[in-house]
Design a protein around this ligand. Sequence first.
Ligand SMILES: *[C@@H]1O[C@H](CO)[C@@H](O)[C@H](O)[C@H]1NC(C)=O
Length: 570
Amino acid sequence: MLSAIILALVANSLAQNVDVKMKLLQHWDNNFEGQFCYTLTHHIVGWEVIIKFDQPIKHIQQWEADWIEQPDDTKCITEAKLVNKNYKGVHDKGEQLCLKFMANTCGSGEPSATGTLVDLTNDHQTLPPLNVKPGAQKSKYNYADVLMKSILFYEAQRSGKLPANNRIPRRGDSALNDKGSNGEDLTGGWYDAGDNVKFNFPMAWSTTVLTWGLIQWKDAYENAGELDKITLWLILHWRVGDGGIDHGSWTSPERMTGNRPSFKIDASSPGSDVAMETAAAMAAGSIAFQTKDSAYSATLLTHAKQLYTFAKAHPSYYSNSVNAAAAYYKSENITDENSWGAIWLYKATSDKKYLADAEAAHIPGESWGFSWDEKIFRIILLEYNLKKKSNDKGVYLQDIKATMKAWMPGGSVPYTPKCLAFRLQWGALRYASNAAFLALVAADLGVNPDIYRKWAISQINYALGDTGRSFVIGFGVNPPKNPHHRGSSFPMIPAPCGWEEQQNKGPNPHTLYGALVGGPGSSDDYVDQRNDYIHNEVACDYNAGFQSAVAGLQHLANGQKLPTSYKTCS
Ligand SMILES: *[C@@H]1O[C@H](CO)[C@@H](O)[C@H](O)[C@H]1NC(C)=O
């Protein structure tokens, strides 16, 4: 019984090549018609057939698939390679897949051939070994595992030329022609979400928040694996891709052929919000890489200062300069970015002029939340951190407590019945995770540490499985399998791709490890559907606060300080 189960698992998980002998349907003079038929043992999303002839043939003709390389009609050949046509790659288990063709023999005798079916469905990505710190506290969910997978998600979102150590087998180089209006190299960066656009504003936000988590809880990363040089792309590139054009197609980054317009800010069409956020990301990056790579750190700081100076001289909304951004990631208010950029510059340089700027732009009061657009809460935290040393705890401490009070049960933020703080239906888990991250930072600053940590655990553990299912792809019990994500929904190249894969009834062929999906509706309702971009899309900004919060929890586990009990609601 057990061995039968093991065999069944192997048969399902391995993409085995299947060889069949050609069936000779007709043969007269030097003409013949042949066929290969395969009975499919599992659901497939793309395939290739390699035909090897035992004698040379020529003038092979068929209409059921596409040539990977068109054979030269005038030459005698012994091998031909076909791939499924677009809209003909998805087949159910048990289906017969048959390919018919005509050809001429070059010599005499009965033609014979073998056709190998190659399953292009899945890249069978393997996971790196998990290094948990010896002696780390055991937790209900393995945070080190989540952290490692979340890092893999950012690797899966990479654009441009991939490094030799790329760990996502299905991913290849993409968007290598991303250029600015003066030919500047704009390759690199991350694709934003389930689409293939690079949006600088949320990308810079994600970078700042990931880097903050790295600076705050470095030990969590030492065991989970090094964070990539996540800030490197910021030096090089600007927002590339047009949301309207990109969202109208369903393709993978490697197969994109369309126009990818780029947009820029400068003195005549400024955008201090995005410039300040990018300055913050680079200043944070300069701190993170200070000892590891001092030259890189210095370059980041130089760019951060330049961007800061530019933004300060041109206070403005980038959505007014870059109309294409207005529909997607428009900043509602640029005041928070001004203060935010100043704080990170101060942290990186200790230059008092930045601190004075940060103080001047301070926004007092309780905060609505924390996201790519809304930075007040994190500003308060950092200001408090800076001020604590001079013992001025008053206003910042009050604001932290007021914001946390609003977010905890009984506050102004609504809750789902199963106790997720439900700020908005678009990416609800992201807002809760962002707030959990800040609660952990506040706890480290000595503000209600036990209460805030337990609350942060309740929010992160909701995402990891407390409702009976995981909302992180490739992690835990019943994770999402059908995310609204183009790249993971396609078979391996050379298979083509299109809307058939968007509609594919099976799971996404590739597991997009570590990605946090949007999450439930207000009554914990959630269906794992690919076309639901409200609840089932993934995004760079969804994972940023989440990953940093998970790093914070792993840090607590490393130090045996993780609270062992928490309430889900009260
Ligand atoms: C932006 O926020 C600041 C501080 O809260 C406020 O004074 C200002 O009026 C806001 N601007 C807009 C356009 O809402």
